[in-house]
Write a new protein. Structure first.
Length: 181
């Protein structure tokens, strides 16, 4: 049976423990995801929390080609979060070792109790839009038609309080940490 793959963009975040290691583990797990192929990972961005507790976040966006349906992909990501230490009753604004969100799944628009696509808050978050624009600047965000680059530029202009700094690729950040010891 052939399954048509869809391009999915996954937001990654961590503000608890070894953030680089947590994001690295999550990327490795996405690389090993069944019926899927990891095609790209943005640089790592250090960001101030937005309506969240705890220290600064490391954020990134990953791109996968997947044959998993959206609900199955969500369940897989939630299981991965749980395996990486997400508490059973997770507080949305609480600190977290790993947070994985489906941002986009092709041009699919879904509004269900457990899953809303595109991610309902992505266009308000620099920590999502800047890494997404790095990977796919001309990507049109359904149903708005605004590109990732346009959204990132608007957020940078209108929300400078959302502090963000690109630290480099995952490998560059790992290497810099090795030499900082």
């Amino acid at each position: 049976m052939c399954v048509e793959a869809k391009t999915a963009y996954i937001g990654l975040g961590s503000n608890l423990g070894d953030r680089v290691e947590a994001l690295g583990t999550a990327v490795d797990e996405l690389r090993a995801l069944k019926n899927s192929h990891l095609t790209a990972v943005s640089g790592l961005y250090e960001t101030s929390p937005v309506k969240a507790q705890g220290g600064t976040f490391l954020n990134a966006v990953a791109v996968i080609e997947t044959g998993l349906e959206p609900a199955e992909l969500l369940k897989t990501l939630l299981n991965l979060e749980k395996a990486m230490g997400r508490p059973p009753k997770h507080d949305r604004g609480g600190p977290r070792r790993i947070d994985l969100d489906i941002l986009l799944y092709g041009n699919t628009c879904i509004e269900e109790a457990e899953l809303i696509l595109p991610h309902p808050r992505m266009l308000r978050r620099r920590f999502v839009m800047e890494p997404l624009a790095e990977l796919a600047p001309n990507l049109s965000i359904p149903p708005t038609g605004i590109t990732a680059l346009e959204a990132a530029a608007r957020l940078a202009k209108n929300h400078p309080e959302q502090e963000i700094e690109r630290l480099g690729t995952m490998q560059e950040v790992k290497e810099s940490l090795r030499f900082d010891v």
